[in-house]
Write a protein that binds this ligand. Structure first.
Ligand code: 5RP
Length: 260
């Protein structure tokens, strides 16, 4: 039952529950990836099953697609839907301008394609993800497996000329093997500590031939919903400059796990 959640899950749940208030009947939705986004998918599923909400979801990973189908959401490909009304996703870091680092869960490429193909992006997160400047969270960079060691060396070379505090890089592993994205690519995590100029970093990294995409989401997010363990949320809209705070009511009957 949603009422029995620990504070971390409660924070994620209330952020997700507030975010799905922005969803309207008939919308084409980008469905993010990660533990916070999974709450959003469950909340949406509940609205589909119990309120008859009709939406079409485009998932940003195979795990999200599986969960969305399981909870009753119609899932289509981006090529079928082509453009989206709204994407709701989590983030690893957000700054005061709602620029983000994403990709901790390894889905940054589909997440960026989907968010960019959306009229609006809402991010759901806990307060611990807020930073004054991006970079404490390692920046994920998706690379083609072919020649990845050369690509890693080229990344390290361009980092020398970027205004960052750390310059070490590591290949992401899954056990003993390189972690594979849904596209079969590898991820190199950049331990930069502080990125003074994210726009420049993003451009420079994406110019390296073996790099597919990086986890900097700049000028993409419109609204952030920050959930707290006490059940309150803060909704910040970067476009109109508004900040709203409210308490989300968790009903005993909120049952996100019983799908029948
Ligand atoms: C996946 C992501 C996630 O949105 C990000 O890692 C946050 O995940 P969580 O909600 O589990 O903290 O970018 O690629």
């Amino acid at each position: 039952m949603a009422a029995d959640l620990n504070p971390i899950d409660k924070a994620k749940y209330v952020a997700a529950k507030r975010a799905v208030d922005f969803v309207e009947d008939g919308m084409r939705l980008g469905l993010g990836t990660g533990s916070t986004a999974a709450w959003m998918v469950r909340c949406l599923g509940e609205m589909v099953r119990e309120d008859g909400l009709q939406v079409t979801g485009v998932a940003t990973s195979t795990r999200t697609a599986e969960l969305a189908r399981e909870v009753g959401i119609t899932v289509k490909t981006l090529d079928e839907v082509k453009w989206l009304d709204l994407t709701i996703d989590g983030a690893d870091e957000f700054d005061p301008n709602l620029n983000l680092i994403k990709g901790g869960g390894g889905a940054l490429l589909q997440e960026k394609i989907v968010a960019t193909a959306s009229d609006q992006m809402i991010v759901i997160a806990e307060p611990a993800k807020e930073v004054t400047g991006l970079g404490a969270f390692p920046l994920p960079v998706e690379v083609i497996p072919f020649g990845w060691q050369t690509t890693k060396a080229l990344i390290e070379e361009v980092l020398v000329n970027l205004d960052v505090l750390g310059r070490s890089t590591s290949l992401r592993l899954s056990g003993e093997e390189p972690y594979r994205t849904d596209e079969g690519n590898f991820i190199i995590d950049l331990h930069l500590k502080r990125i003074a100029n994210p726009q420049q970093a993003s451009l420079v990294l994406n110019q390296i031939p073996g790099v597919v995409e990086n986890g900097l989401f700049l000028d993409i997010c419109d609204i952030i919903v920050i959930g707290n363990g006490d059940g309150t949320v803060e909704v910040r809209n970067i476009n109109d400059g508004t900040v709203e705070r409210e308490k989300i009511e968790i009903l005993e009957g909120d049952n996100l796990f019983n799908l029948s």
